[in-house]
Ligand binder design. Structure first.
Ligand SMILES: [Zn+2]
Length: 303
C-alpha cells in the first residue's frame, strides 16, 4: 500500500524554470539532466511497487537525519518482518564492475554505489534504534533501465540488474506479511521525520532581473504565445491553455523562486511579460487568493 507518494523536488522544478528563463552553464544543465533522469527511474520503479499485492507499506522518497547526517531513501517497503531499502539507479549504457567498484566503459570510476547503499542502511538502522525499532533491513541497488549493461557483474545479491528486476518484484510479492499498528506507527514516524529542506540542493544564487519574463508554453517551453479571450495558444506547438491556469502557474513559479516576495498584480503582470492585461490578472488572482491591503499596497495571500 502506498503510504508516501513521490513528488518532483523543488530543486528540479526551480532548475527547470531557470533553464527556461536564463542561460544555464553546462555543469548546471548536466545536473538538471541527472536529476530528471533519476526521477524518471524512480517513477518507473514506483509503477512496479504499485502492483505489489503482498501486504506492505511503501514510502517513496524520504530524506532523513540522524546524528547530524542526512540520508536519502528512494523507496522503503515495510513488511511484517523486514524493511526493504531500495536505491534506484536509472543508468543507461555500458558499465564495468571491477573489484573496487563501478566504472564507465571508458574507465571513469563512478561514485561507490555499494558504499553509499551501506551508509544509507547504517543510518536507517541508527534511526530505528533511536526510536526503539529493531527490524532487520535488506538493502538493494536496483538498476531499472533496460539499456543498462554491467560487464563483469559481481555475484552480489544486493545488486539487481535490469534482467533481474522482474524476479525481484516476484520475490517481494511472495513475502508472507501481516502488518499491525506497530508498522503503521513506524511509517507515520518516518513520514513525520522527513526533511523538507534538502541540504544537498545545488542551485545558484539568482536575482529577479536575471529572468526572461513572459509565459512559457507548458508543453514545449516556448515564450511565443498568442492570447485569445480565455486561452493562450502556443505559436510553436499549438498547445492551448486556459489563461487562468497559466497565470496561477506563473504565480507558483514566483512563489517558489522568491518565497519572500509579496504577490501583487504588478509583479505577476511583469513576470508574465505583459501578455495578459492587469485587469485580467487581477480578476484571476482575486478568484484564487485573498487580497490584503488597498490600492497600490495590496497583495495576495494564500492559505
Ligand atoms: Zn508549445
Amino acid at each position: 500500500m502506498l503510504k508516501k507518494a513521490r513528488t518532483l523536488s523543488d530543486e528540479i522544478v526551480i532548475l527547470r524554470i531557470l533553464n527556461n528563463r536564463m542561460l544555464l552553464t553546462e555543469e548546471e544543465k548536466k545536473h538538471l539532466y541527472y536529476l530528471e533522469k533519476g526521477f524518471e527511474g524512480e517513477v518507473m520503479f514506483d509503477k512496479l511497487t504499485e502492483k505489489l499485492e503482498s501486504e506492505n507499506l511503501t514510502l517513496n522518497d524520504l530524506l532523513l537525519e540522524v546524528n547530524n547526517s542526512f540520508f536519502q531513501i528512494d523507496s522503503l517497503l515495510i513488511y511484517q518482518k523486514t524493511l526493504y531499502l531500495i536505491d534506484v539507479k536509472n543508468y543507461e549504457g555500458d558499465f564495468i564492475y571491477k573489484s573496487d567498484g563501478f566504472y564507465t566503459i571508458n574507465g571513469k570510476p563512478l561514485k561507490d554505489l555499494l558504499a553509499q547503499l551501506k551508509r544509507c542502511e547504517f543510518h536507517l538502522r541508527q534511526l530505528l534504534q533511536k526510536y526503539g525499532y529493531n527490524f532487520p533491513i535488506e538493502a538493494y541497488l536496483v538498476f531499472i533501465n533496460h539499456e543498462f549493461t554491467l560487464y563483469q557483474a559481481p555475484e552480489n545479491r544486493q545488486i539487481i540488474l535490469p534482467t533481474q528486476v522482474n524476479s525481484f518484484m516476484k520475490k517481494l510479492n511472495s513475502i508472507p506479511s501481516k502488518l499491525s499498528d506497530r508498522h503503521m506507527k513506524l511509517a507515520d514516524l518516518l513520514i513525520s521525520l522527513h526533511q523538507k529542506e534538502n541540504p544537498y540542493v545545488r542551485i545558484r544564487k539568482y536575482e529577479y532581473v536575471e529572468f526572461q519574463k513572459g509565459i512559457t508554453c507548458c508543453s514545449c517551453d516556448s515564450f511565443s504565445l498568442s492570447i485569445g479571450r480565455t486561452k493562450l495558444t502556443c505559436n510553436n506547438c499549438g498547445y492551448e491553455e486556459e489563461v487562468e491556469i497559466a497565470i496561477i502557474r506563473c504565480v507558483k513559479e514566483i512563489r517558489l523562486l522568491f518565497p519572500d516576495r509579496k504577490i501583487t498584480t504588478n509583479l505577476v503582470y511583469d513576470w508574465c511579460g505583459g501578455i495578459v492585461s492587469k485587469k485580467m490578472i487581477r480578476r484571476i488572482l482575486l478568484k484564487t487568493y485573498k487580497i490584503n491591503g488597498h490600492g497600490k499596497f495590496s497583495y495576495y495571500i494564500y492559505e
